[in-house]
Design a protein around this ligand. Structure first.
Ligand SMILES: Nc1nc2c(ncn2[C@@H]2O[C@H](COP(=O)(O)OP(=O)(O)OP(=O)(O)O)[C@@H](O)[C@H]2O)c(=O)[nH]1
Length: 919
């Protein structure tokens, strides 16, 4: 039985199943190609096994195993049956071969016997004249069987032969001759093979008795048959390597034997089973026997050659036969095993495909559910466009988006274009054209469609061409429409919010920014407000790539500080606050006040959200205030009061000046220091000036806390706001008592004689100038008396300068006593004095007389004793007088005139009076 034929139903079944699987998988792949199956499925398939999925496969596998076991058992039974059939066939084959060999032997021996009987008959007729060679040539004898034919005489001498050259040979000792001598019966005798001494071939001799009519032995006819005739025939039988065919006599003599293992010629079978079986009357049969010749176990079939005392055995080597059968069995089992393996493989493949298919379907189902869930979640509709027919198919969801009931919306091309917003038509045509041509794989279009109630619905359409004609023309498109109305509303709100934020940030007089420091230290500004960019003259793209363009503006002296503050803020995530300077390209320096809050990002970077104020003006103000504060705390006493003159602030100098502590002064009114020396009109006038000019300064007597009055140089400045309203008064107090005194001292030193406190030459000249001026106004005459003490040097030299000084002081006092209030007594220096007599009237004689009278009075008064305790000194003086008549006369000229008159008096003997111009 052929295994392939036996397994054919299984193969066919498997093939049909696999084809079915492949067709379904192909379908699934097509679905997957349409993105209806989750592409992650393949990966998940190898990672996740589900017992729920495996259970049906376990049942299938159990069935497969049972089927396979049944198949193997069936194969075993088939092989057993086949073994039996094969054994029977083998025995039948052996039987047939033995029959064939037996028939071959029978026919051969029959032919040889016929030839033998012919030769005997001819010999009886022709005697020694019988030409056997001619008989052979005439093909009367089958030379294929008969190798040699001859006649032995009654004495066993080989007399005739078909080979003429054969010499007479004595064969009387041979068994095939002696048997006929002994036995008179006419029977065929077959001898044991014997080797021809000439040719070396083994021959079987067939002999028959030749006898005269009286039964006396006349000779023996002999035919030699070549054993090779049998051996060649047996060699044509396929008995395998160990097969053997034996032709033997019933007495065990082996006549011919064909074996590839050993020849066995010339031997005699001892107790061959065939002989025993033949002896038992069984003319044919099987037996197994180990050959004593070659020790090979064989299965024999023996058969007696009909009509001859011969039998033939044909045998297969059992070992070889069994090896062949075992090989065949192994091949059989191998085929079965291979079939099983293939079955298992196919089952496994089936299971794998089945599971894959289930997975596909589950994924497909899940995908379908997800898609439905997504679509059902709202806002997504499906559409399909048949370009050839020019109409659309839209699903219920899309219709619902546009306010229609299912199937209500008209879906022709013109209907769609009518429903499309006019502003979106150009965009649609621009985007759709390359998609239809195949240049762009997918259509993505944001457009508006008119709702059933008239308002516009924002949609995002995505579509693909799913079918094209042979010429590449698009025939069908499918796609989705997603409702973007809410998104658009949110985008618009976000845009408005962004615009609002942008406008606000643009209006904020500060620089808003977002500063980002990457883990590698690189920094940039992801966001910067308009003020920020305008200030630095940079674009957003520039600062978004690199922050160094901004930091380059940092003042060189502040770079390290800024860097350190940023590092601390970013690493410790603490708010960043810093005031720092920038150096502008034109060299100016401006101040910045920065605030930022750092935030750690997931990627390790830190983003700071902050604002920077330009505080340059404040800094300048602060600097000014700082200077003002320093100035406020200067040596000048300062008071800041409000518009109601309530003291707000006083400095330390004020405390020192007035004796009022700060807390004693603050809150009081500025009249705190009033001394009462100025009347109400003074203050009224002062505040009037302040109100008009915003500033007043002047001397004022004020009073300290301890009651002391001091001369205060007060300056009051009005502080007004932008609207011109008075907000504050700033008063600066300076105690000028000492200064005033000093000024008076200086004035005194400048215009008065320090010894006598009389006006000096300078003041005298002013008085004379005023006198002259007055002369021009009131026409009053005046006189100048030049008084020089006589021999004053002698006093100094005798009694010392102290005495002289005392005398000079007393002279001054006596001179002042001699004149009126309007008159002037001055000391020019040394012992020289000048007396100016004013308002002497308009008449010169009277005036001159008055002057002379005063001069005499002076002389008289000076002549009186002076209060010089240790000195007894009598004084006299010489006086020169000149009258002030001309209003334009110079003071120097008057003094020269008086001095000249004085010298005249000296020259006259001293203690005299002379008038200039009269003498
Ligand atoms: N004690 C004193 N002596 C002064 C002062 N100024 C000048 N003298 C002196 O006054 C004297 C003036 O002398 P004169 O006027 O030249 O001489 P006299 O002694 O007055 O002589 P006749 O004027 O010619 O009478 C000098 O000896 C000066 O040194 C002063 O302030 N005090």
């Amino acid at each position: 039985m052929c295994p392939s034929v036996a397994d054919q139903p299984l193969w066919v079944f498997c093939a049909v199943v696999m084809v079915a699987r492949l067709r379904r998988i192909k379908l699934l792949h097509r679905l997957q190609g349409q993105n209806l199956v989750n592409p992650q499925f393949k990966k998940g398939f190898f990672l996740k096994f589900s017992w729920k999925l495996l259970l049906p496969h376990g049942v299938v596998w159990l069935g497969v195993c049972v089927t396979m076991a049944a198949f193997l058992w069936w194969n075993h039974l088939v092989m057993q049956k086949e073994w039996q059939v094969n054994e029977q066939a083998t025995r039948r084959e052996l039987s047939n071969l033995s029959r064939l060999s037996q028939e071959h032997a029978r026919r051969t021996f029959y032919a040889a016997d016929q030839a033998l009987q012919l030769v005997r008959t001819l010999y009886l007729r022709d005697g020694m004249k019988l030409d056997l060679a001619a008989l052979v040539r005439q093909s009367t004898l089958d030379t294929g069987i008969v190798h040699q034919v001859g006649i032995m005489d009654a004495y066993g001498i080989y007399r005739l032969s078909n080979w003429p050259a054969t010499p007479p040979v004595d064969l009387s000792d041979r068994a095939y001759f002696k048997v006929h001598v002994v036995r008179a019966a006419d029977e065929l005798f077959v001898s044991a093979p014997e080797q021809n001494q000439v040719s070396g071939k083994w021959m079987i001799q067939l002999t028959r008795r030749i006898h005269h009519p009286d039964g006396v032995l006349a000779g023996v006819a002999m035919v030699s048959v070549d054993v090779d005739y049998f051996s060649d025939f047996y060699a044509s039988l396929d008995l395998g390597e160990q097969g053997v065919t034996t032709l033997a006599g019933l007495n065990g003599e082996v006549l011919a034997r064909r074996s590839k293992v050993a020849s066995g010629m010339g031997i005699k079978l001892g107790h061959a089973p065939a002989m025993d079986l033949l002896a038992q009357g069984q003319r044919e049969g099987f037996f197994e026997h180990v050959s004593p010749i070659d020790r090979v176990e064989r299965l024999h079939h023996y058969r007696q050659v009909t009509g001859f005392p011969l039998f033939i055995t044909v045998a297969f080597g059992l070992q070889e036969y069994r090896a062949y059968k075992q090989s065949e069995q192994r091949m059989r089992w191998g085929m079965a095993a291979l079939g099983s393996v293939l079955l298992l493989s196919l089952s496994a493949l089936f299971s794998w495909h089945r599971m894959r298919e289930q997975r596909y379907f589950h994924e497909l189902q899940d995908s379908h559910e997800r898609m439905n869930l997504t679509l059902d979640s709202g806002g997504v509709g499906l559409w399909e466009w048949d370009l050839a027919q020019g109409h659309f198919w839209v699903d219920e969801r899309l219709e619902a988006l546009l306010g229609f009931h299912p199937g209500e919306m008209a879906v022709g091309n013109s209907d769609f274009m009518h429903r499309l917003h006019p502003d979106d038509t150009v965009t649609l045509n621009r985007l759709l054209s390359p998609v239809l041509k195949g240049d762009v794989p997918q259509l993505v279009l944001e457009h508006r469609l008119r709702h059933k109630d008239g308002h516009w619905v924002w949609l995002t359409a995505r579509g693909k061409v799913v079918r094209r004609g042979e010429d590449g023309r698009a025939l069908r498109m499918v796609g989705t429409d997603v409702d973007r109305t809410e998104q658009k509303r949110l985008e618009e709100a976000a845009r408005q919010s962004q615009d609002l934020l942008q406008n606000l940030t643009d209006q904020v007089p500060a620089e808003l920014f977002q500063f980002k420091v990457h883990p590698d230290g690189h920094s940039c500004y992801p966001y910067a407000s308009k003020h920020f960019l305008d200030f630095y003259g940079l674009t957003l793209a520039q600062v978004q790539s690199d922050a160094s363009l901004v930091s380059a503006w940092q003042h060189p002296d502040d770079v390290a500080m800024i860097k350190q503050s940023i590092i601390e803020s970013v690493t410790q995530l603490t708010p960043w606050k810093l005031e720092y300077r920038l150096r502008l390209p034109d060299g100016r320096v401006c101040w910045r006040n920065g605030h930022a809050v750092p935030q750690k990002m997931a990627d390790g970077s830190v983003v700071c959200y902050g604002v920077i104020f330009d505080v340059t003006e404040r800094k300048l103000v602060e600097q000014e205030l700082s200077v003002a504060a320093v100035a406020f705390e200067s040596s000048s006493a300062m008071v800041v009061s409000d518009s109601q003159q309530r003291i707000l602030r006083v400095n330390q100098a004020f405390v020192v000046l007035t004796g009022y502590a700060v807390h004693e002064a603050v809150g009081r009114f500025s009249g705190l220091l009033n001394s009462g020396r100025q009347d109400a009109a003074f203050y009224q006038a002062m505040w009037q000036v302040i109100g008009e000019k915003g500033y007043w300064e002047g001397e004022i007597w004020n009073r300290r806390q301890n009651g002391d009055v001091f001369l205060d140089w007060l300056s009051i400045t009005v502080v007004k706001d932008a609207q011109g309203c008075v907000t504050n008064y700033v008063s600066v107090h300076s105690d000028i008592t000492l200064r005033k005194r000093t000024e008076e001292e200086v004035h005194k030193l400048a215009f008065f004689d320090p010894l006598t406190n009389l006006p000096n030459r300078r003041l005298l000249q002013d008085r004379l100038q005023q006198l002259c001026a007055a002369r021009a106004r009131n026409n009053q005459l005046a006189a100048v008396l030049f008084v020089d003490l006589d021999r004053f040097k002698q006093l100094n030299d005798t009694h010392g300068h102290d005495q002289g000084d005392d005398l000079l002081i007393q002279v001054a006092q006596r001179l002042q006593a001699c004149v009126r209030e309007v008159d002037t007594v001055a000391r020019l220096g040394g012992d020289e004095f000048v007396v100016v007599l004013a308002q002497l009237g308009e008449e010169l004689p009277q005036a001159q007389a008055s002057a002379l009278w005063v001069a005499q009075k002076i002389l008289k008064l000076l002549a009186e004793p002076f209060d010089l305790p240790r000195v007894g000194w009598t004084l006299s003086a010489s006086i020169g007088v000149t009258m002030v008549v001309e209003p334009r006369v110079l003071p120097e000229d008057l003094l020269k005139q008086a001095d000249g008159a004085m010298y005249v008096a000296k020259a006259a003997g001293r203690n005299a009076v002379r008038i200039w111009g009269v003498v």
